[in-house]
Write a protein that binds this ligand. Structure first.
Ligand code: GLV
Ligand code: MN
Ligand code: MN
Length: 407
């Protein structure tokens, strides 16, 4: 059905690109490493007999024609970019398994009524520009020109990074697809959590993906002398930020289901003997229920406002992104579950706390996701791991499901 050894070899090979001394990978979007990984995958797509092109936001697309080339295509997708020092499975597994499905179909002379396309979405992680799902936003028509003004830590804008890869960012809208061109979207991904491991199962069927809210919070006080300023006369931005971060944790915990993270913080001017006059920090909030997510956001922001008012500080909140939860299609969930049964693989239905390109593609067509067990539930970390057997099981379920959807 699929060549397990080939899939595993490709995974390890691509895991060498952007590898750090501790075994993690840093393959940020629109960098040399990102381009190298895309080049390698382009060659694999061509070997699998796909017609390959790159769209206006940098997505790499490989298409296998169907017997009816006017029929809407079945899409398989994921990403090749990584977070800072991430693992080798996040994204790459889905891309390589998608190509493996088509390579195997070619070798076995299998054709389908519907065309099949493999999408390598550009900049899924949004780690470099704090703005995720770029490629899938472009493809699903939700990207806006102003989004391309986001800047990385070196001050390079997304538009500039795209230009450095030979793209014309003003043409981003040409990457969008029409709903009538696409029948369904499928993505295979590592779970990145512990649910499957706890249940001793290889494969999960995703029921839906949690919302994603990303904020940049700026607290402005007054920089002053750390020795000469009494405690009651300070306007310490970092002390206020610490209090707000405590609120993020406390309020998120209280919901039982949501997750909240402060992953970046910068204090200015950053001297050991200077009271911080300004602090910027990010907040990442997620929940599968939009109601819970909205209530949580409201409660955190109103308490943050109170903290700053009481301390005589200024609070500014920039909404970097807001993506609603994405439910998976009940029909595709059933089709994936049926594929599992046919393969003798016991599956579990579970939601995804992590974000995926499917959250944008859902604006165009029904989506479905297959999860593969993650060892110790670790991800966005060099220790991210899934066994060859589990990756193979997931790829087989993908194969079977693609055939059902595209026949
Ligand atoms: C990407 O993996 C995310 O969920 O942030
Ligand atoms: Mn991913
Ligand atoms: Mn990720």
């Amino acid at each position: 059905m699929i060549n397990a050894d080939r899939l595993w070899k490709n995974l390890l090979d691509i895991g060498e690109i952007g590898k750090n001394p501790d075994g993690g990978i840093t393959r940020l979007a629109f960098t040399k490493e990102d381009r190298q990984a895309i080049k390698m995958v382009e060659a694999l797509m061509k070997e699998a007999g796909l017609a390959v092109h790159e769209d206006e936001v940098g997505n790499l697309i490989g298409r296998k024609e169907g017997e009816d080339s006017n029929a809407p295509a079945v899409l398989i997708g994921s990403h090749l970019d990584s977070v800072f020092n991430g693992g080798i499975f996040d994204g790459s597994l889905g891309v390589l398994a998608g190509i493996e499905v088509l390579q195997s179909m070619k070798e076995n002379g299998i054709s389908t009524k519907h065309p099949i396309e493999v999408y390598v979405f550009r900049d899924e992680e949004g780690c470099r520009f704090n703005f995720s799902l770029l490629g899938s936003r472009g493809m699903s028509g939700t990207l806006k020109l102003e989004n391309l003004e986001y800047r990385d830590n070196e001050g390079i804008s997304l538009a500039e990074a795209m230009k450095s890869c030979g793209m014309n960012p003003k043409e981003f809208f040409k990457a969008s697809r029409r709903p009538d061109e696409i029948k369904a979207y499928l993505e295979l991904h590592v779970e990145q959590g512990k649910v499957l491991e706890c249940e001793n199962l290889q494969v999960g069927v995703v029921t839906g993906i949690a919302s994603s809210l990303r904020l940049m919070v700026t607290v402005t006080g007054k920089a002053d002398h750390a020795g000469a300023t009494p405690m009651n006369l300070r306007f310490d931005a970092l002390a206020a930020a610490a209090q707000i971060i405590g609120v993020v944790e406390k309020e998120t915990r209280a919901t039982k289901s949501a997750v909240g993270t402060v992953g970046q913080i910068h204090a200015y001017p950053g001297g050991i003997n200077i009271i911080p006059g300004r602090v910027e920090f990010t907040v990442d909030l997620r929940d599968v229920s939009i109601k819970v997510a909205q209530q949580l956001e409201k409660s955190i922001l109103s308490q943050a406002e109170d903290i700053c008012t009481q301390r005589g500080l200024k609070l500014e909140v920039d909404f970097l992104q807001r993506v609603p939860p994405a439910p998976c299609s009940p029909e595709i969930i059933d089709t994936i579950a049926e594929s599992c049964r046919e393969l003798g693989i016991k599956e579990l239905h579970l939601p995804s706390g992590a974000g995926h390109d499917a959250m944008q593609v859902v604006n165009l067509c029904p989506i479905g996701m297959i999860f593969v067990r993650s060892q110790n539930g670790i991800s966005h970390h060099p220790a991210e791991w899934s066994t060859p057997e589990d990756c193979t099981a997931g790829a087989k379920v993908l194969y079977q499901t693609v055939l059902k959807l595209a026949e």
